[in-house]
Design a binder for this molecule. Structure first.
Ligand code: PXL
Length: 274
């Protein structure tokens, strides 16, 4: 049976992130996607100007409709959400439209490069802490890991011991399997560190200097889709890093990475059970 995934993300009409990245990637793994949009933006928030429509009411009504249709999802992946009400709706979604064995990935999108996004408040971070404790996998970057732990974000200078401590603290706070992205111990490489059954692992790939909105969304979408199709964490993370490398080779595009190139390269996204 084809797997069904629910994706809670914004739609950014210009720029490559969130639903614009998640839908093509997850579909590429032969997974049927249902999108629950959290917001509609004229462009993502890294553009100098943008207009944002809050879709909280639409989320509530859509969930009512889906419940009346008796739909139930094999996978749940949440990303950019605007407010605490949306986080609460995500929890209700898990309670009413998912099963106990639904695979859950929460990307706690709250900031990047040491800076919190505009929607962040203490209440938002506290509610996000509750949501991440419901997930099988969480994929914070270093800034988001610090925010989840209520610490000031630090940009660089992390040692392996620091990263282990961050992962163990996230785990102690309820995250089953935290994967921290953007971890670099050498100038030429960058990757992801994670805890699996309490054991530390680190996988890296080539580092690129340019920084793009949507990189974390691409990583999370590949890990989500590969694991929903049966990959282990190690294979899913390795694949996601290879996709990022392919997407960042060539000309830098400031509005987003070239994930399409990776999608068109058949060997990149060959999921084990497709
Ligand atoms: O990539 C995360 C993200 C998602 N959605 C919107 C964003 C960003 C990052 O800036 O602006 C609207």
């Amino acid at each position: 049976m084809q797997k069904k995934a629910a994706i809670l993300q914004d739609i950014s009409c210009l720029g490559k992130c969130s639903a614009g990245v998640a839908l093509p990637i997850v579909s590429h793994f032969n997974i049927e996607c249902a999108l629950l949009p959290t917001a509609l933006l004229s462009a993502h928030t890294a553009f100098p100007t943008y207009t944002c429509m809050d879709l909280t009411d639409m989320m509530r009504k859509t969930m009512q409709d889906w419940r009346s249709l008796d739909v139930c999802f094999d996978g749940f992946y949440s990303g950019y959400m605007l407010n605490c009400t949306q986080i609460a709706l995500a929890e209700t979604f898990l309670d009413t439209l998912c099963r106990d064995d639904t695979f859950v990935l929460v990307d706690p999108v709250m900031g990047d490069n040491g800076k919190a996004y505009a929607m962040l408040s203490e209440a938002y971070a506290a509610d996000m802490r509750r949501l991440v404790s419901r997930a099988d996998i969480i994929t914070p970057n270093l800034t988001e890991a610090a925010l989840l732990l209520n610490r000031p974000p630090k940009l660089s200078g992390y040692t392996e011991a620091d990263i282990r401590e961050l992962l163990l603290s996230l785990h102690a706070q309820g995250a089953k399997c935290p994967i921290i992205t953007g971890v670099s111990y050498a100038p030429e490489s960058i990757g992801a560190a994670y805890l699996e059954n309490g054991v530390y692992h680190y996988i890296s790939d080539k580092r690129f200097d340019h920084v793009f909105c949507g990189t974390g969304d691409t990583f999370a979408a590949v890990v989500f889709a590969a694991m929903l199709q049966g990959s282990c964490i190690k294979d899913a993370v390795t694949l996601a890093l290879r996709v990022l490398r392919k997407a960042m080779e060539g000309e830098p595009q400031w509005y987003g990475i070239n994930f399409e190139a990776a999608l068109c390269d058949g060997t990149f996204l060959a999921a084990p059970n497709n």
